[in-house]
Design a protein around this ligand. Structure first.
Ligand SMILES: Cc1cc2nc3c(=O)[nH]c(=O)nc-3n(C[C@H](O)[C@H](O)[C@H](O)COP(=O)(O)O)c2cc1C
Length: 433
């Protein structure tokens, strides 16, 4: 210590240039880090930094997502996710090429893979292009209501983290048609200049932008949807009629046969009266209806009948469930009984069972079935495909596993398809045989 301070004193008496020379030429203390070690450490830190920025890195799933969950409420976490995506502050996929085995032929077009983002994550159409960049081939924005409405009072979104599940009762919080339309028009103008030859409203090769339509809490149960078809049809590669949110009083009643046939027939008529999609005036967007998993076999059969009678193009099974499979939940306590729809892993068996019933009543038709509900792995996606899903979508698993999940699921599916020597399209509906 004494010799060190004497050394410093000697240094201080000399001119600065000579002090610098002495410092730069002096050997590092034996106990300190040598230049090689410092270099190695810096390289490791840089590599780790770059790795962490890759959407697929384990850091995203095992550090970033849990940290966000620890520091935010479910709704704050959701808003933060959207904010990061819309401002560009999110990890990227450094490479994301879809294997041709994953190709989906649907609605006369092609999707480069069968994985979609379900409605409810990007309710107001703020993060469309960021979601495409994370590997989804289908992004469904909404639900959007005609008039802006705040939704239910907070808190209205709850995590059941031990179960990789959530319960939500947002109640269609929406900025309304005009605000989303303004955003879509701005996006269209910008992207059309850049990609004048685009043939899809997604402005992405082999990817769809779907728009999910809801109704206002006090709105008209037919007119609200017709307004949606009229306003958003020109900007959509597919339109989804949502009659299955459990959080809008009376909405699920629209699933009864007479009401549904009436609604869907009018929706199809409105769609047919459109001049065409803005990007492709020769095409009018396919119409899908999104239904609940909490239906009896007879109710599912009548939904299939309505869909066929009204000549819509597809059905999404399913929305969230009002059931609480308590025996299968690890989470205990009052939170399980929060009012709202349950989604995530515990929904999967419920949704898949309802999906299989729907398939039973639609396989004699051209209706496209979309699988949704608790999908969180390639295995889950393949199960829905074998049961008849032309493609699948999810939401809750994205919240738990983070931005690398789509690539991960695509890799798992590709590996399995290669093992079986089949393409995705070859396994769709293979359980029927
Ligand atoms: C917070 C939250 C909000 C949702 N909002 C909507 C919505 O506005 N419209 C809709 O059709 N589905 C909505 N859903 C349902 C999802 O699109 C999906 O059908 C459901 O969560 C099941 O899929 P998952 O288990 O992969 O999340 C919402 C789901 C969650 C978790």
């Amino acid at each position: 210590m004494q010799s060190l301070s004497r050394h410093s004193l000697r240094l201080a008496k000399r001119p600065l240039s000579s002090q610098m020379r002495q410092i730069s030429t002096s050997r590092p203390a034996k106990a300190g880090l040598g230049p090689a070690s410092v270099g190695l450490l810096a390289a490791a830190a840089l590599a780790f930094g770059v790795y962490s920025l890759d959407a697929r890195s384990a850091v995203q799933e095992y550090v970033v997502c849990p940290l966000i969950r620890a520091l935010t409420t479910a709704e704050q976490g959701h808003n933060l996710g959207i904010l990061c995506l819309k401002t560009g502050l999110y990890p990227r996929l450094f490479s994301d090429v879809d294997d041709p085995l994953l190709k989906v032929d649907v609605f006369g077009k092609t999707l480069s893979n069968p994985i979609g983002m379900a409605a409810g994550f990007d309710k107001h159409g703020e993060a469309i292009d960021a979601l495409f960049s994370l590997g989804f081939s289908y992004v469904e924005i909404g639900s959007i209501t005609p008039e802006p409405q705040p939704g239910n009072p907070k808190p209205r979104f709850f995590r059941l983290s031990q179960d990789d599940a959530v319960i939500n009762r947002y109640g269609f919080n929406s900025v309304g048609h005009w605000a989303v339309l303004a955003r879509l028009r701005e996006r269209f103008a910008k992207l059309h200049t850049k990609h004048p030859d685009a043939t899809l409203n997604s402005f992405q090769d082999n990817k769809f932008l779907a728009i999910n339509l809801g109704k206002n809490k006090t709105g008209d149960e037919v007119e609200d949807y017709l307004a949606g078809v009229h306003n958003f049809g020109p900007y959509a590669d597919a339109l989804v009629i949502n009659v299955s949110s459990p959080n809008t009083p009376g909405l699920r009643d629209l699933q009864n046969e007479a009401k549904l046939t009436n609604l869907l027939t009018k929706v199809v008529k409105e769609r047919n009266s459109l001049e065409g999609e803005l990007i492709d005036p020769s095409r009018k967007p396919p119409v899908l209806v999104k239904v609940a998993p909490d239906l009896t076999e007879a109710e599912i059969e009548s939904i299939a009948q309505s869909a066929k009678d009204a000549k819509i193009d597809g059905i999404i099974m399913s929305n969230t469930t009002v059931q609480r499979p308590v025996d299968q939940l690890i989470t205990k306590g009052d939170i399980v009984n929060e009012t709202g729809g349950l989604s995530g892993k515990p929904l999967k068996p419920i949704a898949l069972k309802a999906f299989r019933t729907l398939r039973k009543y639609t396989k004699d038709s051209d209706l496209v079935l979309v699988g949704c509900g608790g999908i969180s792995s390639g295995k889950d996606a393949l199960e829905f495909a074998r049961a008849g899903a032309t493609f699948v979508e999810f939401y809750t698993a994205f919240a738990y596993q983070g931005p690398g999940i789509t690539r991960k699921i695509k890799d798992e599916i590709t590996e399995e398809l290669k093992r079986e020597g089949k393409t995705w399209m070859e396994i769709v509906g293979s359980d029927d045989k």
